[in-house]
Design a protein around this ligand. Structure first.
Ligand code: SDX
Length: 380
């Protein structure tokens, strides 16, 4: 088969890498749909686990299907003691995303590999990863403080149990409800970098634990999921409303990227950022204001004045940190929280791709030389 070489696009911008029915983004209108359902509808009416089921199996579950799915996830939340013992050896100064990537990969050591044509294997891997990733994120948080990890509580739902394991106390009902919506908002977003990484890894038919470990490593970067942590550092550095414009001018002069802004697809405000702002304001009403919010609002206004014409607007990472701060989550855990949610999307694409898999092996435009002779070291 002759290879038709198409034009090289840095970062594969605008190049379709797959055909998918999982989610859809309209970057001009600011629309995000999961399996055709608008994200605002899911944020209002669904739950993270129901949304994860929708993304992975393609339909909203019946009451019985959802109850069975939720039951199975509660049952699989615990992690092997050897993984906990391994995590106790991690340096407390290590970044939680590195701890998550290592422990996610370690899951693969305990479960049979690659029965990828068996729907039961697929479902069990989905349940294990959705159930255990939050437990591992919370475990590292307690261990790096020198404490023992808490066992999951089967009487708490998915969001409440994570906040309990993390903060060592049952969360407020509104806090758990808001966190569950945050997970829904972060669950899936077409072929972003970490999902593409998951797909490339999946295409070699390796095990799903290696797939998730690949995706976690990709999400960690500051241009992708790591931006949410950097936004809080940026707001802290700005420090006051008066300093917003001088800070922005300095970024523009040095061509520094303003974290939490811009997107490869959205050229308007990310619909998730709009909902996250509403969630943040709900938490402020109940738990008190956060002065970083007024700095963020002023920065959004200033960036729109300067860069709105280039389609640079807040993305999902700009306001998420303000919600997480109110939920008592440390800023270096913001990206692991993003990963907890995105496991649903990564697994949805993993499952979808297995149905028509072909190993990813793109081509290149060679820019090097040919027939170069070898120079012995003594002559170099
Ligand atoms: C996520 O893909 C997804 O869907 C990702 C995500 C998901 O749910 O999976 O939505 C989650 O990763 C959100 C993005 C989080 N990252 C950040 O907030 C980091 C800051 N943002 C930028 O690095 C950037 O906007 C990207 C990486 C998000 C997108 O980069 P692109 O599409 O490669 O755009 P680019 O870097 O080529 O920029 C195009 C122009 C440039 O100006 P010119 O050189 O043409 O004059 O826009 C400018 C850039 O300088 N620009 C910015 C900017 N983002 C783009 N200028 C200042 N600040 C920014 N944040």
């Amino acid at each position: 088969m002759s290879v038709v070489c198409i034009e090289f696009k840095p970062g594969l911008e605008g190049v379709p890498a797959t055909q998918s029915s999982i989610s859809y983004v309209d970057g001009q209108k600011g629309v995000l749909e999961y399996r055709g359902i608008n994200i605002r509808e899911l944020a209002k009416s669904s739950s993270f686990l129901e949304t994860a089921y929708l993304l992975i199996w393609g339909n909203l579950p019946t009451r019985e299907e959802l109850e069975n799915f939720e039951h199975d996830i509660r049952y699989h939340r615990r992690i092997k003691y050897r993984i906990r013992d391994m995590m106790k050896c991690f340096p407390e100064t290590g970044h939680p995303m590195d701890a998550l990537q290592a422990s996610a990969a370690a899951l693969g050591l305990f479960y049979s590999r690659r029965a990828l044509d068996n729907p039961e294997y697929i479902r069990t891997a989905v349940v294990r990863l959705l159930a255990k990733i939050p437990t591992m994120v919370a475990a590292f948080e307690l261990m790096r403080k020198g404490n023992d990890a808490l066992q999951p509580r089967d009487d708490l739902d998915y969001a409440a149990n994570f906040l309990y394991m993390l903060n060592e106390q049952e969360p407020d009902e509104l806090a758990a409800q808001v966190f569950d919506v945050c997970l829904t908002l972060h669950a899936e977003h077409t072929i972003n970098a970490s999902t593409f990484s998951a797909m490339v890894t999946s295409s070699t038919l390796t095990d799903p634990y290696a797939v998730i470990a690949s995706a976690v490593g990709t999400l960690a970067g500051p241009l992708h999921g790591g931006a949410n942590e950097d936004v809080i550092s940026m707001l802290s550095e700005i420090g006051s409303i008066e300093n917003v414009r001088p800070y922005l001018d300095k970024c523009l002069q040095t061509k520094a990227k303003i974290m939490g802004f811009g997107h490869r697809v959205y050229k308007v405000k990310d619909p998730r950022a709009i909902i996250l702002q509403e969630l943040a304001e709900k938490l402020f009403d109940k738990f008190g204001y956060d002065k970083y919010y007024e700095i963020a609002l002023e920065l959004e206004k200033a960036v729109e004045e300067k860069l709105g014409g280039k389609g640079i607007y807040p993305n999902v990472d700009f306001y998420s940190g303000l919600v997480y701060r109110k939920l008592g989550i440390s800023s270096d855990l913001f990206t692991p929280v993003f990963a907890i949610a995105r496991v649903a999307g990564w697994l949805a694409h993993w499952k979808e791709q297995l149905a028509t898999n072909r190993i990813f092996r793109p081509t290149q435009i060679y820019t090097g030389e040919h027939d170069v002779s070898y120079t012995p070291i003594q002559e170099r």
